[in-house]
Design a protein around this ligand. Structure first.
Ligand SMILES: Cc1cc2nc3c(=O)[nH]c(=O)nc-3n(C[C@H](O)[C@H](O)[C@H](O)COP(=O)(O)O)c2cc1C
Length: 145
């Protein structure tokens, strides 16, 4: 497999509901598992930031679908690079959702020089690290309960 990683951000379509987001997540989990894609999705204040890892062909095909998907817009690719090893092994598509960036400010401030939230303020490796951190924390919290 010609392993690559894509990091992009996009803006949720106006009026996108949590039901729509659930639907995206459900479909992504099924399809990513089938295509050996892994990654993480952060959704906050109408912004999606997604990390996807997998084969070059599968990622390119998914990007075509993503560009055509009306549930989000103004997709900006931050990175599309070959990688040696997956960082999201075992995560077909996990999501972290926050109503406000204040809810993960401590983690965000590890990478950002300003508390203001904007997808352009971090680079692709920083988003990758941050999303991974947040997913690990979410998993640990869900085990505690
Ligand atoms: C923000 C966002 C993230 C998405 N992430 C994925 C994903 O990781 N995997 C996936 O298969 N579809 C994802 N989708 C859905 C795709 O755009 C597309 O609807 C889906 O892959 C269609 O698959 P199909 O045509 O094979 O049924 C995402 C959609 C949005 C809006």
């Amino acid at each position: 497999m010609n392993l690559h990683r894509v990091v992009y951000y996009s803006m949720a379509a106006p009026g996108l509901s949590m039901k729509d987001v659930d639907e995206i997540l459900k479909k992504s989990n099924e399809k990513n598992k089938r295509l050996f894609l892994s990654g993480g999705l952060l959704y906050c204040q109408g912004v999606f930031i997604q990390v996807l890892e997998g084969g070059l062909t599968e990622l390119n095909e998914l990007l075509i679908k993503l560009y055509a998907d009306v549930r989000h817009q103004t997709i900006t690719i931050l990175e599309f690079v070959p990688i040696q090893k997956r960082q999201f092994e075992g995560w077909e598509m996990s999501m972290v959702f926050f109503n406000s960036s204040r809810d993960f400010q401590d983690e965000y401030m590890k990478y950002s020089s300003t508390s203001e939230f904007h997808p352009r303020f971090l680079n692709a490796p920083q988003w990758t690290e941050l999303i991974q951190d947040l997913l690990i924390q979410k998993r640990l919290k869900s085990r505690k309960v």
